[in-house]
Design a protein around this ligand. Structure first.
Ligand code: NAD
Length: 482
């Protein structure tokens, strides 16, 4: 039987990792590279085990596991290995007359010992991607994978233990008890991925130690469809981003569609046609869609689906089977705004379509709700694209596709407001786990008496001119001109 994780274990873990960090184990470029290369070996040599664990936990199709988890991780590692020297190099900063002569720079300093708590839906990507950032930035790190994806959690623990430096990188498996014990420790950063409900618990625990947090949360990500669009491609991309990404159990999955009353019938027809082309006449039999993660989530989705005013509005799908945890892609038309399906994040294969009089009303619906993690618009109208990007607030915005912003390391990935705080990916991951330290180097040359007492009107005038970088005034004072 596995040993129970207790308060003393959490405290010993912290002491050990803190000792490694304080001894400088994690700081060198060489150590960071060696650990990143080990993560690369994990991706290269263990892909079949990863795919199999994801199949056990979620019935995730091989393509989704190989591409959206392993290949994305490989890219992150490759980029970090290529850029690490640049990221670690201090950034030169400008100086001014007040500090002359001097030089200044911004040094990216590791924070210390950090905690990464990840979620079950993309258990490898969401665990290892932040760890890449933590290691790149020179931190010691503890990863707590989600207990709701147990095969992935134990494989992560096994592989990280086998390959990475145990003096500075550890995996602690477990659920609420273990996480609560971990949260009692004083971390230098907590990086949490999961629901906003638990996000609040994490932030409260962090506040006790003034620990900074990154909260990668979720929310209801809307999709607006304009009638001036390529409907066939629009619908294919929505289906791929919804049911083709872990069967809707993804944080940036389309949560609901907004379109006009006149255009909705066309959207529904196109969705039916493409869904059948993708998943066949009986999608419950399709091997190309994940199942629901567990019976709790199946029951949660069933409750949303079975609400009277909602189940009446099904225009496609609705089949489900608790024995194999499958729910078919299900589309609803004009469910009430106060129904469960419109009140909470769906996180599953259900997709309501809401119709309004025009697109401005669609935008208003988004603006009137908590800020989502992603917001999508399909249109060919340039003015509309710009208005959407400038006036709708969301963690990220994609025009004419779904979820693909996540694959661009040049874009920060994270939420705003209710969908989270902080961001990562590419250099943003490195920055998320670094302290940007201000460093100013001065010499003993040019020691100006005007900054020292006894103060005088002349000194005051000259200092003010210097602080304001007013060269004309500086010369006037020096030349004794009024
Ligand atoms: P989850 O149940 O796996 O929980 C996430 C983590 O929180 C787990 O490690 C779990 O052990 C821990 N946890 C659960 N209860 C806790 C408690 N009481 N105290 C301390 N820790 C606790 O995942 P979830 O919350 O169901 O994940 C789904 C949510 O995550 C959705 O809202 C989704 O949108 C969001 N999400 C966001 C992202 C992102 O990148 N922004 C990615 C994936 C999921």
């Amino acid at each position: 039987m596995a040993k129970v994780f207790e308060a003393a274990d959490a405290s010993n873990l912290m002491t050990e990792l803190r000792m490694s960090f304080d001894a400088g184990v994690t700081r060198s470029y060489e150590w960071r590279v060696s650990q990143l290369k080990k993560l690369q070996v994990i991706c290269d040599n263990h892909e079949p085990e990863i795919v199999s664990a994801l199949h056990d936990d979620l019935g995730k199709p091989e393509l989704e596991s190989s591409v959206y988890e392993v290949a994305l991780l490989r890219n992150s590692i490759k980029l970090a290995l290529k850029q690490l020297k640049n990221w670690m190099a201090p950034d030169k900063a400008k100086t001014s007359l007040t500090t002359f002569p001097a030089s200044a720079e911004i040094v990216s300093e590791p924070l210390g010992v950090v905690l990464v708590i990840s979620a079950w839906n993309y258990p490898f990507l969401l665990s290892i991607d932040p760890v890449i950032g933590a290691i790149s930035a020179g931190n010691a790190v503890v990863l707590k994978p989600s207990e709701l994806a147990p095969a992935s959690s134990s494989l992560l623990a096994k592989l990280l233990e086998q390959y990475l430096d145990p003096s500075a990188v550890r995996v602690i498996e477990g659920a609420v008890t273990e996480t609560t014990l971990l949260l009692e420790q004083k971390w230098d950063k907590i990086f949490y991925t999961g629901s906003s409900k638990i996000g609040r618990i994490i932030m409260m625990a962090a506040a006790k130690h003034l620990t900074p947090v990154v909260l990668e949360l979720g929310g209801k990500s809307p999709v607006v469809i304009d009638s001036d669009t390529n409907l066939k491609i629009t619908v294919k991309r929505i289906i791929a981003g919804k049911w083709g990404c872990n069967n809707g159990q993804a944080c940036i999955s389309p949560d609901y569609i907004l379109t006009t009353k006149e255009y909705a019938p066309k959207v529904i027809d196109a969705m039916k046609q493409e869904l059948e082309a993708f998943y066949g006449k009986n999608p419950m039999e399709s091997k190309d869609m994940s199942r629901i993660v567990n019976s709790n989530h199946f029951d949660r989705l069933s409750k949303i689906l079975e609400e009277k005013e909602v189940s009446d509005k099904i225009v496609y799908g609705g089949q489900k089977n608790r024995d194999n945890l499958k729910i078919a892609p299900t589309i609803f038309l004009d469910v009430p705004l106060d129904s469960l399906i419109m009140s909470e994040e769906i996180f599953g294969p259900l997709l309501p379509i809401l119709t309004l009089n025009n697109l401005e009303e669609c935008f208003d619906v988004i603006r009137s709700r908590p800020k989502p993690l992603a917001a999508y618009l399909f249109t060919q109208n340039q003015k509309l694209k710009e208005r959407f990007a400038m006036t709708v607030s969301a963690g990220g915005i994609v025009v004419n596709d779904i979820a693909v912003h996540l694959s661009l390391p040049t874009l920060p990935f994270g939420g705003v407001g209710e969908s989270g705080m902080g961001s990562y990916h590419g250099k943003f991951s490195f920055d998320a786990f670094s302290h940007k330290k201000a460093v100013l180097y001065k010499s003993f040359i040019g020691d100006a008496a005007i900054r020292y007492p006894p103060y005088s009107r002349g000194k005051l005038r000259l200092l003010k001119a210097l602080v304001n970088s007013n060269l004309v005034e500086v010369f006037k004072v020096l030349l004794g001109l009024s």
